[in-house]
Design a protein around this ligand. Structure first.
Ligand SMILES: Nc1nc2c(c(=O)[nH]1)N[C@@H](CN(C=O)c1ccc(C(=O)N[C@@H](CCC(=O)O)C(=O)O)cc1)CN2
Length: 281
């Protein structure tokens, strides 16, 4: 293996130290940043993610509340709860864990969160602000990827970045952040013809397509930086990303692992957004 490992766990720990000192300073001024996390239903992975988010709040000295509701919670009851949190002075960030049960309209829920407390950065106002180059609260996963590229000192201005996966929560905001930082961006999707033709031209590859190990070493330019956003299980049930780590690490200049890469940064940037929302007060 020749690639440098971009260690999300240690970048997350360093970033959390910075967040902690800003939380302490803000608390001394009488504002104690607070996050409300809402979980509807019993998706086992979501349970792990929300409890890790609440635990991380404790690590940096933030106030948090975890609200868990059964899968048959009505959409109107959820909207009413969000409206009440929008007016709660102790809460600076509101997060509704996705996915939601199918009977609840995800768009309606995300738009119900006050844009000033939308620490996921999914509200139309925050997505639009990012798109027009005036970022407010940013989507946590791509925000975390930007931090990882910064720590790795990956040149972005003038680089060609290829993103595989065009979701609203990762691919599209990722494209906007890289564009804003001066990259030339190619945004691929599941129907892109000859995907390898695109990825082979990239200085930076962001894999966020949700298919285990689909980006292989022969698809990567020598020396490229490869960030793996995927969270999948391989045939043996082992956690893996969208990148075939062993073959890609032979050719890439730098690579992020799964686990221990983007995941811990997603949670850390949620803390950063909550802090920034409280600081804006
Ligand atoms: N409201 C939101 N819902 C979802 C988001 C989101 O950003 N906001 N993203 C994903 C899930 N997610 C955060 O919620 C998330 C996924 C994975 C990790 C993580 O730390 N993964 C670890 C591995 C964990 C494991 O062992 O299973 C890693 O990669 O090291 C953090 C957050 C969908 N929903």
């Amino acid at each position: 293996m020749s690639a440098t490992i971009i260690d999300g766990k240690s970048i997350a720990a360093a970033t959390q130290l910075e967040i902690k000192s800003r939380v302490t300073a803000l608390t001394k001024r009488g504002i104690h940043p607070g996050l409300a996390v809402i979980l509807v239903g019993d998706n086992p992975a979501s349970h792990v993610y929300v409890s890790n988010k609440v635990k991380a709040c404790g690590t940096v000295g933030m106030h948090s509340v975890l609200e868990q509701y059964p899968a048959d919670l009505t959409e109107s009851a959820l909207l009413a709860r969000i409206e009440s949190l929008n007016h709660d002075a102790d809460i600076h960030g509101i997060l509704v864990q996705l996915p939601l049960p199918p009977h609840i309209n995800e768009h309606a829920v995300l738009e119900a969160i006050s844009p000033d407390k939308d620490v996921d950065g999914f509200h139309l106002i925050n997505a639009g602000a990012l798109m027009t180059g005036q970022p407010r609260l940013r989507a946590c996963t791509p925000y975390g990827v930007m931090k990882m590229l910064e720590y790795n000192q990956t040149p972005i201005r003038g680089a060609h970045a290829v993103i595989v996966g065009a979701s609203n929560i990762v691919g599209k905001p990722m494209a906007m952040m890289l564009l804003q930082a001066g990259a030339t961006v190619t945004l691929c999707n599941s129907k892109t013809r000859d995907l390898a033709h695109h990825t082979r031209q990239a200085d930076i590859v962001i894999a966020a397509v949700g298919r285990a190990k689909m980006i292989t070493g022969d698809m990567i330019q020598a020396g490229a930086t490869v960030i793996d956003v995927g969270i999948n299980r391989d045939d043996n049930g082992k956690l893996c990303g969208d990148v075939d780590f062993d073959s890609v690490a032979q050719v890439a200049g730098a690579i992020s692992p799964v686990p221990g890469g983007v995941g811990p940064m997603t949670i850390t940037m949620l803390l950063m957004n909550t802090l920034e929302a409280a600081e804006k007060l």
